[in-house]
Write a protein that binds this ligand. Structure first.
Ligand SMILES: O=C(O)c1cc(=O)[nH]c(=O)n1[C@@H]1O[C@H](COP(=O)(O)O)[C@@H](O)[C@H]1O
Length: 277
């Protein structure tokens, strides 16, 4: 993939392009709103229009795999194009697959998404630690080997998340706090930033957790789910410089006019720069 680590690449992208990430989520409702058929031709037109509009200026794009898988192998082929063309336009690609399994199967997921030999290889993926953080070890090792990244779910933006993530572990801390601590250990000593990120919803409300994990912090739920730049400042405090605020529907509903989506990236980056400086 590259000799540079994902942490170094994302640090550079945040500093030069900005902290706004666009989720490329081709919802059926959005295809209809754009006047496109709910089939693979509509998917392709939608996704490639978004890539052309946002990948030249956004630091990171985050396609959600399920919206492509819904169309079978031809949908997955569109996802491959989204990944390749976004990277060619200079954006990092965070493939949102939220994988997690027993270790031996985790290795297969790592090979599918993080090994540059795979047609679906991205710069980073999202992963779930809720089979036990150590079950992600093969993903961590594979990411290290190939200069890729992993964003691990810590405090998600959905209302059901707290029933698991706020539960108390044996040491008295929360389950999510344990995930953040383990991420900090993986990133220890990395300069300028580690490659192992946390996913922390922009909508989580009050929290006492520490986000000083020396890694990137993906904050979905920015925009359509109600998260604002002020929420990010409050949640992340002194770690705000490592935040990547992600928005899907709020940008995508501005299409099919490409300029409107391009402008939304600039606006998002400007707003975040002001709020998180
Ligand atoms: O991992 C994610 O990206 C994610 C984690 C989370 O806690 N909440 C969350 O909404 N997401 C994803 O972020 C995107 C949010 O989309 P919008 O609400 O349209 O901006 C979707 O692709 C979700 O799957």
């Amino acid at each position: 993939m590259t000799s540079e680590t994902f942490g170094a690449r994302v640090h550079h992208a945040l500093a030069t392009r900005g902290q706004f990430c666009v989720g490329i989520d081709p919802h059926a409702g959005l295809l209809a709103q754009w006047g496109l058929p709910d089939d693979v031709s509509g998917l392709e037109r939608f996704a490639m229009t978004v890539v052309e509009a946002v990948a030249p200026s956004a630091s990171v794009v985050k396609p959600q795999s399920a919206f492509y898988e819904r169309f079978g192998s031809r949908g997955v082929a569109v996802l491959e194009r989204v990944i390749a063309e976004s990277r060619a336009a200079g954006a990092l690609v965070l493939l949102d697959v939220k994988r997690g399994d027993i270790g031996s199967t985790t290795q297969a997921y790592a090979d599918a998404y993080l090994d540059p030999a795979s047609p679906l290889a991205a710069d980073a993926i999202t992963a779930s630690p809720y089979l036990g953080f150590g079950s992600l070890d093969p993903m961590v090792d594979t990411a290290r080997r190939h200069g890729a990244g992993v964003f691990v779910l810590a405090l998600t933006s959905n209302k059901e998340g707290p029933e698991v993530q706020h539960a108390r572990a044996d040491d008295g801390g929360t389950v999510a706090g344990g995930v953040l601590r383990r991420l900090g250990e993986l990133n220890a000593g990395a300069e300028p930033l580690g490659s192992f990120g946390a996913v922390v919803g922009a909508t989580i409300g009050e929290t006492d957790e520490s986000f000083a994990i020396n890694g990137p912090l993906l904050a979905p739920g920015f925009g359509a789910q109600g998260g604002t730049p002020a929420d990010l400042r409050r949640i992340f405090g002194s770690a705000a410089g490592a935040v990547l605020a992600s928005s899907s529907r709020e940008v995508l509903r501005l299409g099919p006019e490409p300029q409107a989506m391009t402008d939304a990236v600039r606006r998002g980056n400007d707003e975040l720069a002001e709020a998180l400086a």
